[in-house]
Design a protein around this ligand. Sequence first.
Ligand SMILES: NC(=O)c1ccc[n+]([C@@H]2O[C@H](COP(=O)([O-])OP(=O)(O)OC[C@H]3O[C@@H](n4cnc5c(N)ncnc54)[C@H](O)[C@@H]3O)[C@@H](O)[C@H]2O)c1
Length: 252
Amino acid sequence: MALARFEGKIVLITGADGGIGKTTAERFSEEGAVIAAASNNAERLAELEREFTDRGRPILTLTTDVSDPGQVAEAVRRTVESFGRIDVLVNNAGIAWEEDFLEITPEHWRRMLDVNLNGMFFVAQETAKQMVRQGEGVILNMASTNGLVGEAKYAHYNASKGGVVLLTKTMAIELGASNIRVNAVCPGYIQTQMSEAIDDPAFVAEYIRTKIPLGRVGKAKDVAGVFAFLASEDAAFITGETIVVDGGQLTF
Ligand SMILES: NC(=O)c1ccc[n+]([C@@H]2O[C@H](COP(=O)([O-])OP(=O)(O)OC[C@H]3O[C@@H](n4cnc5c(N)ncnc54)[C@H](O)[C@@H]3O)[C@@H](O)[C@H]2O)c1
């Protein structure tokens, strides 16, 4: 029997039209949630809205650049205006690209941090204000295994995701008294648009052989399922945690 843990719950997802975000939106929707979907890509959001509407699934789309605090405040305001509350935030929007440490320009450094860390903070803080008013809520921040260990050519990305891990722990400490749980998910190699740049088949085969005990790369649904667990009552006593979803890559 399919689970239906989020019947009528309001779930705000950023980056909801991307690989992991879209699968996560579908997962929560299948379990009964109403989705508020934010992203800076209006075209893909419109497509997502069509797909959901065609299947009779409720969705509100919000064209939002998470690095702009004004746009974030407006997205949260519109969500609350439409549905009265936000039960779960999946703070997922992010960007990544490879770049040698010595080549990173101040502009590139700032953009990575602006979206992946500052944006995460703006969305989390604005949503948490609403959750404090409600007296409950769940916040799930998208980090990465790159927030726990280093990887060459990703200094700006790694720094942004490392920041998300400690932001998560600090939020958990401060928001626990308001009955708000805050956790982070740290995926390893998940095949999505973001990973396309490194999806050369020979590279992927060697990567799997040498680095991933479970013998495959991850799928968006591997991460969506963990978000759903963490948002559910089964995770009622888990906060400030970072859950690694990497097929065992960080075990050695
Ligand atoms: N794919 C992986 O292997 C992997 C591994 C670890 C962590 N992650 C993280 O998972 C998250 C989702 O990644 P994905 O693989 O689904 O990538 P993706 O490129 O498919 O999706 C990224 C989403 O973020 C949105 N986005 C980008 N910049 C934005 C901005 N400024 N404002 C609002 N939305 C913005 C995009 O429109 C898109 O919806 C990211 O935070 C990423 O760092 C991915």
